[in-house]
Design a protein around this ligand. Structure first.
Ligand code: NAP
Length: 331
């Protein structure tokens, strides 16, 4: 039999396990020209939360009672496809299923001899591209500048911070535990890190860790953390609006600080960023990330959870920060 995880109910607020359901069906058989894939690693990502709402966004909502889809690494276990052989490993945006067939459309072969399979879901996948392209297309860091990264200990944040260090910048991370603060400073070379859960005055903490102000802010979280950073931006600062995880489970948008005075007085640029808009730049970005990763200049942080049935919980755990680096489920 074949297990599939479907969206059972649209979450209201923070997702819970009963929003998901596992259904079993007959294991599929590949048709003419198709491959049969066995899932090995599943990426859980904060943006999937938005797809669980029935609202228009940059990507279509999931349908109720249909499988959830995310980045998946899978093994070809049968092939009637001229381009794929049994035993090869592929990446694709695939269903949360143990087994599925594919025509090969949207699938890419990955070299698991060269890099661990999970790297293709993190540093050499969508999160790595997001960090690289957000910084190169909007951040435009120059040596000696100060980069602040929120959601710093996650998949995108750990890569963004490491790139900032490679660019010769002062890098300050914002994250949700002392263990993460320690990891960012000792394992990933951040100059400073702030635990936003135990810091009473974030503005003061930003001022203390960024004595020359903030030139680039890589914003993964939005909300009050970002308001504190905005208060410290320098003339011509660049603010990359990559994510707003602190708001994803809100049922109505909270009112916050008005950003205009901060942007106006510093002539700053604040720009939304969706990685898929920069597809033309993926090869260049991947080339650079691969080079840095293979020469040890950047490292992957990851949290690997085991078991197909653990996928929904791993996803839910992103919202309480249980992950360090990329959250991946190994099947
Ligand atoms: P991630 O950072 O690996 O995981 C999410 C992290 O967010 C958690 O570990 C948690 O860490 C933090 N978090 C959860 N709730 C929070 C809250 N209320 N306030 C502050 N932090 C909170 O996830 P990721 O894949 O790297 O994604 C990071 C952000 O980038 C997300 O907002 C995501 O939607 C966005 N993103 C955007 C694009 C794009 O194209 N625009 C692409 C990829 C990702 P703590 O322990 O630090 O709280």
């Amino acid at each position: 039999m074949n297990a599939t995880i479907v969206l059972h109910k649209r979450p209201v607020g923070t997702p819970v396990l009963t929003d998901f359901r596992t259904v079993t069906e007959k294991k599929p058989e590949p048709g003419v020209g198709e491959i049969l894939l066995k899932t090995s690693y599943v990426s859980v990502d904060p943006y999937l939360r938005g797809r669980m709402n029935d609202t228009k966004s940059y990507i279509a909502p999931f349908e109720l009672l249909q499988p959830i889809k995310s980045g998946i690494i899978a093994k070809v276990i049968e092939s009637d496809h001229p381009d794929y052989k049994q035993g090869e490993t592929v990446y694709g945006l695939l269903d949360w299923k143990e087994y599925q067939t594919s025509t090969g459309k949207g699938i890419t072969r990955v070299d698991v001899e060269k890099f661990p399979p999970s790297a293709y879901l993190g540093i050499l996948g969508m999160p790595g591209l997001t960090a690289y392209l957000g910084l190169s297309e909007i951040g435009k860091l120059t040596k000696g500048e100060t980069l602040v990264v929120s959601g710093a200990a996650g998949a995108v944040g750990t890569v963004a911070g490491q790139i900032g260090k490679l660019m010769g910048c002062r890098v300050v991370g914002i994250c949700g535990s002392d263990e993460k603060v320690h990891m960012l400073k000792t394992d990933f070379g951040f100059n400073e890190a702030i635990n936003y859960k135990t810091t009473r005055n974030m503005r003061r903490a930003i001022a203390a860790t960024c004595p020359k102000g903030v030139d680039v802010y890589f914003d993964n979280v939005g909300g009050p953390i970002s308001e504190a950073v905005l208060a410290k931006i320098n003339k011509f600062a660049r603010i990359i609006i990559c994510g707003a995880i602190s708001l994803y489970n809100e049922t109505s948008l909270p009112t916050g600080l008005s950003v205009q005075p901060f942007l106006l007085r510093s002539s700053a640029l604040m720009q939304g960023f969706i990685v898929s808009d920069y597809e033309a730049k993926f090869p260049e970005a991947m080339h650079q990330l691969t080079e840095w990763f293979s020469t040890g200049k950047i490292k992957q942080a990851e949290t690997i959870v085991r078991g197909f049935d653990q996928i929904p919980q791993a996803f839910i755990d992103l919202f309480t920060g249980k992950n360090k680096g990329k959250m991946v489920v190994q099947i």
